[in-house]
Design a protein around this ligand. Structure first.
Ligand code: GLA
Length: 738
């Protein structure tokens, strides 16, 4: 059993594979946090409590029931509301019809569910055992329900909250975060991920001081500036050791995540839907659900925390049909021809990769309406008769005849002002009446909070999917929302718009992705502008960045892998000089780095040499050899180009029988240091065969020797030349004994 309640002490013990999460109901009836970390017994932790209550100077509250006083300001809260002496950042605030904002939510009841209830209208983790804790407001008929889910085989705790208005009047939710958690200790670092177009997911580590550190997104696009995730680290936590507590929000719209160090030596973590420009009208009898947050813990450093997320997301978040399914190896038309996707340009590209093992051709932007450039056509999901006079069928047949599947690009949520759709329904685009809408990439966002707009999108996209033999869809989202306004909402509900946008998006995904279960959907947002767990719930892989430069990719993929498994990260080999950086990197390196994810190609294959086409064959075969590790292996980040001249990622099979290491020396330096990398996670008593095919290297070494002594990165090429910049080294390890 994963969830245990001690009636006598009123303590809840939530247990995962290697973790314990412990909280209890205190003397006032309020849930207080005790512990989240490495698995311990069901120890009685009340001995930590007196010290916590301490002095009562801040608890000027009538009806004190404890020698130290009742002061929410020092409670180690599982949930937190303003008032009653709480002066820290709360997870909840509401407005009653009479103007009061005061609540005091206390324990009413709880239940333990063997089946995890879905969150209405929102994606969430599946499976596990769930505790539902109901708190009732002392002064009203408002209730909150706190949900906790744990798994026998994962090191995560999933949390979210529901608010029920049992009063007879409408109230307003001013803040409804998904969770609050007061962690012991004031000396922590916070690991966050900064995002920007073409340089997504850059890790930043910040020492926390007293006060609040907040990352947030106001654009209804989850990862334009920050990933909706962070990790609380001890000062001595590294990639490979120490405590790491992760917070990852399953949400695709405007969010806020906060870490606040309080005067009593605790650090409060909280967050969820961004309460900036947010207010939700909750009618009498109505319930509001927050998105789910996934908390992970590891004492094996940032890497251990990542592996906890990878396992949990692969098992309980990604569509089970695709979680471990081999990914399509695509050739995508975008960097090959951009908007010039005419059959005479496409067919030779398809011809060039026949028999290479590339198995899916993806027709990117430019195939529909008047979309010959980014000025026109978005929203008009009809095949352009100008570009494809006979429709898509001849191209699709050609692709099939070449032994490949066919994929196609959509940007369902968008409209160009120069489009038939906009001319017919200008009010469907998000704008404030009387104000000029903010155009970005020459497009506007459709108001998918409206059912009629969603119906149009579902019908027009479905028509294309029904009428053509399509196996793969790339769903793009190329701009942020700039207005928090919907013409379809009454004035008092305008600040619900960004959350309603997320609900509208999830409805579209349910209907379009759910409606075509045989189609593989890839998420995309101008690169990685919406790379979040809610998108991963619907899209088994997500395009990580429009930056296909392999050096930049070592950083982008490193950062993205902190919260996401490699199978979620879509990576392409592209042409050189690279279109984003003008840098030239060896073809092999480009493929080796792209193979550390859901691999593919994105280049004009008529412009590469016959030798390179031959190389593609080997590359794809190599990928298939390591594919099982990409899909299900344990990831170890051994080196990264933020910190050094080297990059190395290692994948180890769960049974430790196989491992794959891709290492890279970024800049070639004459008379360089003798560099070794130190693999991890092997069976130290077993003997492995270590192979580097390029160098003809074949060694038999114990796991212990490999991990302790390391593997040497040659200074020269196999034919004894200086290797130049960005040389990769691939080691394949197979257990042969033990
Ligand atoms: C975005 C995507 C690209 C490509 C273009 C098409 O930028 O990230 O991969 O699909 O849109 O317009």
């Amino acid at each position: 059993m994963a969830i245990f309640f001690n009636e006598e002490t009123k303590m809840f013990y939530l247990e995962g594979k290697n973790i314990s999460y412990i909280f209890g109901i205190n003397f006032t009836g309020f849930p207080e946090h005790y512990y989240f970390g490495t698995r311990i017994g069901r120890d009685e932790l009340a001995y930590t409590y007196e010290a916590n209550i301490g002095d009562s100077a801040e608890s000027a509250i009538p009806g004190q029931v404890h020698a130290g006083g009742k002061s929410y300001n020092v409670y180690r809260s599982e949930f937190s509301m303003y008032g009653n002496g709480e002066f820290r950042d709360c997870s909840f605030q509401m407005l009653f019809a009479n103007g009061s904002r005061l609540n005091e939510f206390l324990y009413e009841t709880h239940e333990i569910l063997q089946e995890k209830p879905a969150i209405p209208g929102m994606p969430s983790m599946r499976g596990g055992q769930t505790l539902v804790l109901t708190l009732k407001d002392k002064n009203s008929e408002m209730r909150v329900r706190l949900f906790y889910t744990v798994y026998d085989d994962a090191d995560v705790v999933c949390r979210h909250m529901e608010v029920e208005n049992g009063t007879s009047e409408a109230v307003k939710l001013l803040r409804a975060y998904s969770f609050a958690l007061d962690v012991y200790g004031a000396e922590h670092d916070l690991l966050t991920l900064e995002n920007a177009w073409a340089r997504e997911e850059r890790p930043e580590r910040t020492p926390l001081a007293h006060g609040t550190f907040c990352i947030d997104e106001k654009s209804a696009s989850s990862t334009r500036r920050h990933a909706p995730a962070f990790a609380l680290l001890d000062k001595d936590t590294t990639e490979h050791s120490g405590n790491a507590l992760g917070v990852s929000l399953i949400y695709s719209s405007s969010f806020a995540l906060k870490a606040q160090v309080s005067t009593k030596g605790y650090t409060r973590l909280t967050g969820g839907i961004n309460d900036f420009d947010f207010a939700w009208v909750l009618g009498a009898g109505e319930t509001f659900a927050t998105p789910e947050v996934v908390l992970a813990y590891s004492d094996e450093g940032i890497g251990g925390m990542s592996r906890a997320y990878h396992d949990a997301y692969r098992k309980y978040l990604v569509n089970p049909r695709f979680a471990s399914a081999p990914r399509p190896v695509v050739i995508n038309s975008w960097e090959a021809v951009y908007f010039g996707c005419t059959p005479d340009r496409l067919l030779p590209i398809i011809d060039a990769v026949r028999g290479t093992g590339i198995d899916t051709f993806v027709l990117d932007d430019g195939w529909f309406g008047a979309r010959r450039n980014d000025r026109a056509g978005l929203g008009d999901w009809v095949v352009s008769p100008e570009v494809f006079p006979e429709g898509l069928k001849p191209v699709i047949d050609y692709v099939h005849e070449a032994g490949m599947k066919f994929g196609i690009w959509f940007e369902p949520e968008m409209v160009n002002p120069d489009s038939d759709l906009y001319r017919a329904h200008p009010d469907w685009a998000i704008a404030v009446p009387g104000a000029e809408p903010c155009v970005s990439r020459r497009q506007l966002v459709l108001d998918i909070t409206r059912a009629d707009v969603r119906d149009y999108i579902v019908e027009s996209v479905s028509k294309i999917l029904r009428e053509n033999e399509i196996d793969y869809v790339k769903w793009d989202f190329n701009r942020a929302l700039t207005e928090n306004f919907s013409c379809a909402l009454p004035a008092e509900k305008q600040q619900e718009m960004h959350h309603r946008y997320a609900l509208g998006l999830y409805d579209l995904c349910e209907r379009l992705i759910g409606g075509f279960p045989h189609i593989f959907f890839e998420g995309c947002a101008g690169g990685g502008g919406r790379f979040d767990p809610a998108i991963l719930y619907y899209f088994p892989q997500i395009w990580a960045s429009d930056d296909t430069d392999a050096y930049m990719r070592t950083q982008i993929q490193h950062g993205t892998s902190i919260f996401f498994p490699l199978s979620a990260i879509s990576c392409h080999t592209s042409i050189c000089p690279n279109h984003q950086t003008n840098r030239t990197i060896p073809f092999k390196t480009r493929a080796d780095i792209a193979h550390l994810g859901a691999t593919g190609y994105e280049l004009d294959t008529t412009k590469i040499t016959p030798e390179e086409i031959e190389e593609v064959k080997t590359q794809v075969a190599d990928y298939h050899e390591m594919e099982a590790l990409v899909l299900d292996g344990d990831l170890y980040r051994l080196e990264n180009t933020f910190d050094s001249n080297y990059f190395a990622m290692q994948l180890v099979s769960k049974d430790k029988k196989r491992a794959h290491i891709t290492a890279m020396r970024a800049l070639c330096r004459p008379n360089d240091e003798h560099k070794r990398i130190f693999p991890r996670g092997l069976d130290k008593n077993a003997v492995y065969e270590v192979v580097n095919e390029e160098y003809g290297l074949r060694l038999r070494l114990t796991g212990a020797a490999i991990m302790r002594v390391g593997l040497v990165l040659p200074l020269r090429t196999a034919d004894n030349k200086m290797p130049g910049d960005f040389k990769t080294f691939v080691f394949k390890l197979t257990k042969v004994k033990g």
